[in-house]
Design a protein around this ligand. Structure first.
Ligand code: PLP
Length: 327
């Protein structure tokens, strides 16, 4: 039986808008280092994502994840582990290694493909003293339908959770809350392949303004106030032109959110400047149902299972029972 599969269709601003933005950047002669467009973008992201959220923009999602781990857990000494799913992108394990932790891979849930809480519990029951934290991913950008269970588990074992929501900008958890405000912090990738894309870019979001301030220092060579570097840092700043691209797209994204304050410049809608496509595509289109025969399209099923969560799916991955199904 045919069913609709909802997709988000990201699109960059057109050449004229990019030229206008670049003209402003040339005019102010401010290309990076927390310029006016980056500051406006960080504020607008926070307002879009939800009340009392603070945002640091970064040069990419990997650096956002490294900053998140560094600020939440401090630098590791390679003798403790972060629980993370075995099914994810390599940057997740690499971020742990760059911050001095070792990956401890846990299983994923066979139905939702999200990290498995029972698998994490099994590790903690035998090896809690070797674990420093939980690096939870929101697989495919779908808000984990069991986020509450994970938070309870983390509280029970007194462990921080850092959430990697790389592809999840614009998705919502099942309770109707936007992905971005859970755990100690959440990170997004704003890479060109993601639903909300600025080229290369990332964001770290937290309810804790001190954590975001520490991330700011970390992404700026560890400078505190002046140019005195008193702690380990890196260069992880977002450039003005990427912030400008984000601002253009956020105008349309925020149009679906009554609480968001957005730049009043060009009316452009996330999805396409020509064909407006509001962000909450999954709530507008019928969610796909899992096929009863043939290849099992798990992400489509994930979306069905996660309802009423809203997702910004840009890619569907099919799990085939045999290679023959392909022919
Ligand atoms: C789960 C996950 N984490 C982190 C990243 C890294 O993001 P970026 O490419 O912006 O560095 C990705 C990129 O695809 C990802 O899928």
């Amino acid at each position: 039986m045919p069913s609709e599969i909802p997709f988000i269709r990201p699109s960059f601003p057109g050449p004229a808008e990019l030229a206008e933005d670049f003209g402003e950047i040339v005019h102010t002669n401010w290309y990076t280092n927390f310029g006016p467009k980056e500051r406006q973008f960080a504020r607008a992201l926070g307002e879009y994502l939800g009340p009392d959220l603070h945002v640091a923009t970064l040069a990419n999602g990997t650096l956002a994840l490294i900053a998140a781990l560094h600020t939440t857990l401090g630098p590791g000494t390679r003798d403790s582990y972060l629980l993370m799913p075995s099914f994810t992108f390599i940057a997740v394990a690499q971020a742990a290694l760059w911050t001095g932790y070792r990956p401890w891979f846990i299983d994923i849930d066979p139905d939702t493909w999200q990290p498995s809480a029972p698998s994490a519990r099994a590790v903690l029951e035998c090896s809690r003293d070797r674990v420093a934290g939980i690096l939870l991913t929101n697989t495919f950008g779908v808000g984990n339908p069991q986020i509450g269970t994970w938070e309870d588990l983390a509280a029970e074992w007194e462990l921080p959770i850092v959430l990697d929501s790389a592809a999840g900008f614009g998705s919502m958890y099942a309770e109707g809350e936007r992905v971005g405000g859970r755990g100690a912090c959440e990170i997004f990738s704003l890479h060109a392949t993601k639903p909300f894309a600025v080229g290369e870019g990332g964001a770290l979001v937290s309810r804790d303004p001190r954590l975001v301030e520490q991330a700011h220092q970390f992404q700026n060579f560890g400078f505190v106030g002046s140019r005195e570097s008193t702690q380990l840092g890196i260069n992880g700043k977002l450039q003005e032109i990427n912030a400008a691209i984000g601002l253009r797209q956020l105008v349309g994204a925020a149009a679906t959110s009554s609480s968001a304050t957005v730049p009043s410049s060009p009316a452009q809608v996330w999805g396409s400047s020509r064909t407006p496509k509001p962000l909450r595509c999954a709530s507008r289109a019928r969610a796909a149902r899992p096929p009863t025969t043939g290849p099992r399209c798990s992400p489509a099923w994930v979306n069905t299972r996660s309802r009423p969560a809203t997702t910004t799916t840009r890619r569907y991955t099919c799990s085939l029972t045999s290679r023959q199904t392909l022919s």
